[in-house]
Design a protein around this ligand. Sequence first.
Ligand code: S3P
Length: 753
Amino acid sequence: MSNSNIEHSSAEGVGAVIVDTVAIIGLGLIGGSFAKALKENGVARRVVGFDRRPEELKLGLSLGVIDEEAHTLKQAVEGADVVVLAVPVRAVDDVLAKVKADFKAGAILTDVGSVKGCFVKAVEHAFNDVANEHRPIVVPGHPIAGSEKSGVEAANSTLFLNHKVILTPLSDRTPEAVALVSSLWARCGATVLEMGVAHHDDVLAATSHLPHLIAFSLVDTLAGEGDSKEIFKYAAGGFRDFTRIAASDPVMWSDIFLSNSESTLKVLDHFADDLAALRDAIANQDSKTLLGVFTRAKAARDHFSKILSGQAYTTTMNTKNVIFKMKPGGEVKGTIRVAGDKSMSHRSIMLGSLADGVTEVEGFLEGEDSLATLQAFRDMGVVIEGPDEGRVKIYGVGINGLKQPPGPLYLGNSGTAMRLFAGLLAGQTFDTELTGDESLSKRPMERVAAPLREMGAIIETGEKGRPPMKIKGNCALKGMHYDMPMASAQVKSCLLLAGLYADGETSVIEPAPTRDHTERMLNGFGYPVKREGAKASLVGGGSLIATKIDVPADISSAAFFLVAASITPGAHLTLKHVGMNPTRVGIINILRAMGGSIEVSNESVVGGEPVADLTVSYRPLKGINIPEDQVPLAIDEFPVLFIAAVCAEGKTVLTGAEELRVKESDRIQVMADGLKAVGVDTVVTPDGIEIIGSEIGGGVVDSHGDHRIAMSFAVASLRAKGEITINDCANVATSFPNFEALAKQVGIQISVE
Ligand code: S3P
């Protein structure tokens, strides 16, 4: 761009751009506010205003909204480096026709209209016959801000603070011009986004235009109904909130609908159909449909910023850097019940959704991983009430009752969800796509995709066999026998779930026992799974019957406290109602082999799963060679077992654990790096680690967004000599949302920033 009247201070970068002259055409609320914000933030040396209403122009000048008034459009435009059109969308044609030949060379034309398609058309039409060198560089813009007030008197320089501005650069975009307009808005406090013109108009039709239409229409309907004063007198807060936008400027809004008619009609027709379906549901006393719509809508509203992107539901993404600050020392005392089992929580939603009838779950883990699974089923049309203090009610749709979700299913951080979904979605009649967060997007998916293909599924994985996974519907699956190359409960479960939809028998042999919750729970839902030694098998084509599920406390979450108490002199802690499935108790076996004191009491079997209370007391630990047959039984517990090993006397050696390298992080390397940061040297091997008992110092540890690494170093602080800072801990919420509270309760000195 060759405009010499735009300066960038190199010391401060683009953020410090100063434009010589900005012309604002139209001093309404938005134009006036932008003018004022540009002036107050020192972004423009001179702000010239024009308005077709002379009294508004005078007022703008006297209020200091603009520096100078232009008496004609031409006068405003000809000296300006940046011209901002802030007139109603349907007036753009007229204004451009008058000034199309008056722009100075290199000037930028931008606007603030709510509809971009018609602005772009108006620009094309206006400059059609103007020579290239006399055309301004056009950067369409739309600040998503406003109020019911209008006119220059309402101009407010903070109107855009923390609001979004969408720029829809054209195909012949000039990056410098886009960057400049972007920085003007950014300097006024806005967050600037870019998107395509058509996409903008579709998104806005759905998120802004339709709601305004409904608000105008509803207020009009009720105002015309009987004694309207009576209605408004009793109108409650909900009505007020909902219809606030019906007080907006009628002319502006009628312009918007006429200008964005195509996108608005599309979404309006869709809404009218859905409204008619709700009407029918009320008329037919159909509470299931009403509950379905309302529970889905509530979940969507709770997380609505993600919904606006047109995706299916996404759980709250952890973009914050949550930091654990751990004071050295502390105690471990009392009685606690840790969060519900993650593996069983996932499976309870999956099988409950596919069952006939209503499944009631208690003890459900309200962590982000299992919530992602829950919402994915809502997205596939399953009505699910809750969770409410661990209680969930699932209105099963039957084995063939799922519906195509509205977009990709976002599974956050959860490898279990993605791998198990792959199996059960391979058997559906519709296509699906599975996506996840940064950590999940790096994890291997071919381990499930390859055997599923052998069953007849059509699945694409991303680069290097990682997510996203694209799964084709309508594939006839055939049962098969699979000898698993690795001990993975996720692979086994994935294939058994695909097997529900396959012709004939599907069987899986595991090289070592892995958690068998899928087999147990399928049996609990009345679907027979046969177990012969290392082989689990089922025959496709059956159905599941709804049941009640009591999810015990997760032994993998209890593990942090088992180790905490084992390494802390004077500790004595009871953990209630812990899942004691024999395929999960490696942590207890290993800690006992190291000399740990863990007593088991109150043993019982709940819904086919053994549970018990565990009482742990401090006892000095010694290093051991961890038996390889314990590895799959303690696969998630090694990060915290490494902390136990550091606190033990002598050497602990782990082998046969290469699977740890493909968990939420490379748990061997990330733990070794974290231990180094607190002064503990280890020897890393391809399939394990060697740790010699030593003193733990203070330091800064990076958890790499891995929940179990973060919690392990929190436990390490009990024996540390200095403060440990643990970065990137937000994902603790995926498996153990109340970790901080329970850690504090027992005496661990944690604070969370
Ligand atoms: C899980 C199986 C394990 C475990 C994961 C949960 C499950 O993974 O690490 O946290 O619920 O099936 P692999 O089966 O990949 O070892």
